[in-house]
Design a protein around this ligand. Structure first.
Ligand code: C2E
Ligand code: CA
Ligand code: CA
Ligand code: CA
Length: 277
C-alpha cells in the first residue's frame, strides 16, 4: 500500500510506532463497541453544476477520542483494513448513514449519500443483503445510496470486486470510482467497470486553474467519461477559480472546501436551507 502513516506515528522509532498502532486499534474496537459518540458521521455536500443544486453528499467518518483528541480517518481506516476490523467499522458506518438518510427523507431532504467502501468489504458475501435489509426497514431505496470504491481497490482484486460491484449495480445502487487518476488503471479496464461515476482525485483539482498538466488530465477524463456515459465529480475544489474552470469544462459535480467542509449530521439541514436562499 502506498498510503503513508502520518509522521507523528514514526517519531519515537519502530517500537513506539507499533505500540501506537496497537493503542489506536484497541481504542477503535472500544469506540465501536461502546458506541458512545466518539465516532460520528460527517457529511460533505456535492453541488450539481447543471442545476446549481446540492443533491448529493459524501459520508465521512470522524473520530473524537476522549483522551487523544481527533484522529484522522487516514490513520485508522488503513489500520482497520490491515487488521480485519474494517468489516465491523463499515457496518457501523452503513447503519449510521442509513438512519441519517431516513431522517432527511422524513424532512423532505433528498440527498443521495455516498459511503466509502474498502476492497475487503466487497469480498464479504453478506454485504448486499445486510444493506438491503436495513434499507427496507427504513423504507429507503438502493438509489438513495452510492458506494465509493477507490480506483486502486477496484483493481486490487479484480474478478471478485467486479462481480460484487455488478451485483450492487443490478440492485439499483450507484457506484463511484474514487481517487480516479492515481490508481493507474488501464483505459480498457475502466471501460468494463460497473460504475456510474468517476471522482477525479483532489491532487488534480487543488491547483487546477493554474496548472496546465492538471487541466489536460481533467479535460481528457471529462471527454472519456462523456463517451462512456459516466458522471464526473471533482473533489478538492478549494477556490472559485477551480469551480469556474470545471463549470466551463462541463464537469457534472463538485465537492470541496469552497462549497463546504464536511459537517455534523445536525448541521446539514440548516446549511441546505441557507444554501438554497
Ligand atoms: P476520500 O474518500 O478521498 O475523501 C475525501 C477527503 O478529502 C476527505 O478527507 C475530505 O474531508 C477531504 N476534502 C474534501 N474537500 C476538500 C478540499 O477542498 N481540499 C482538501 N485538501 N481536502 C478536501 P477525510 O474526511 O480526512 O477522509 C480521508 C480518507 O479517509 C477518505 O478519502 C477515505 O478514503 C477515508 N474515509 C473517510 N471516511 C471513511 C469511511 O466512513 N469509511 C471508509 N472505508 N473510509 C473512509
Ligand atoms: Ca470518497
Ligand atoms: Ca477521493
Ligand atoms: Ca483518498
Amino acid at each position: 500500500r502506498s498510503h503513508k502513516l502520518p509522521l507523528f506515528l514514526y517519531e519515537e522509532g519502530m517500537d513506539q510506532q507499533h505500540l501506537q498502532k496497537l493503542h489506536i486499534l484497541k481504542s477503535l474496537k472500544q469506540a465501536l463497541s461502546l458506541n458512545d459518540g466518539q465516532l460520528q458521521m460527517y457529511y460533505q455536500p456535492k453541488k450539481n453544476l447543471s442545476t446549481g443544486k446540492v443533491d448529493k453528499a459524501e459520508a465521512l467518518i470522524r473520530w473524537f477520542h476522549p483522551q487523544d483528541g481527533f484522529i484522522p480517518p487516514d490513520v485508522f481506516i488503513e489500520l482497520a483494513e490491515q487488521t480485519g476490523l474494517i468489516g465491523q467499522l463499515t457496518d457501523w458506518v452503513i447503519l449510521q448513514v442509513l438512519e441519517h438518510v431516513a431522517v432527511w427523507r422524513r424532512d423532505n431532504i433528498d440527498l443521495q449519500v455516498s459511503i466509502n467502501i474498502s476492497a475487503q468489504d466487497l469480498s464479504r458475501d453478506g454485504l448486499v443483503t445486510f444493506i438491503e435489509q436495513k434499507l427496507q426497514r427504513l423504507q429507503l431505496r438502493p438509489a438513495d445510496i452510492c458506494l465509493e470504491i477507490t480506483e486502486r481497490d477496484m483493481m486490487q482484486d479484480e474478478e471478485k470486486s467486479l462481480q460484487q460491484l455488478q451485483i450492487f449495480r443490478d440492485r439499483g445502487f450507484s457506484i463511484s470510482m474514487d481517487d480516479y487518476g492515481i490508481g493507474y488503471s488501464a483505459l480498457s479496464k475502466l471501460a468494463r467497470m460497473p460504475v456510474d461515476e468517476i471522482k477525479i482525485d483532489k491532487c488534480f483539482i487543488l491547483n487546477l486553474a493554474e496548472t496546465h498538466e492538471d487541466q489536460i488530465i481533467v479535460r481528457s477524463t471529462l471527454t472519456m467519461a462523456r463517451e462512456l456515459g459516466l458522471s464526473v465529480t471533482a473533489e478538492g475544489v478549494e477556490n472559485q477559480a477551480s469551480e469556474e474552470w470545471l463549470v466551463a469544462s462541463g464537469c457534472h459535480y463538485i465537492q470541496g472546501y469552497f462549497l463546504c467542509r464536511p459537517m455534523a449530521f445536525d448541521k446539514v439541514s440548516p446549511w441546505l436551507t441557507d444554501f438554497q436562499q
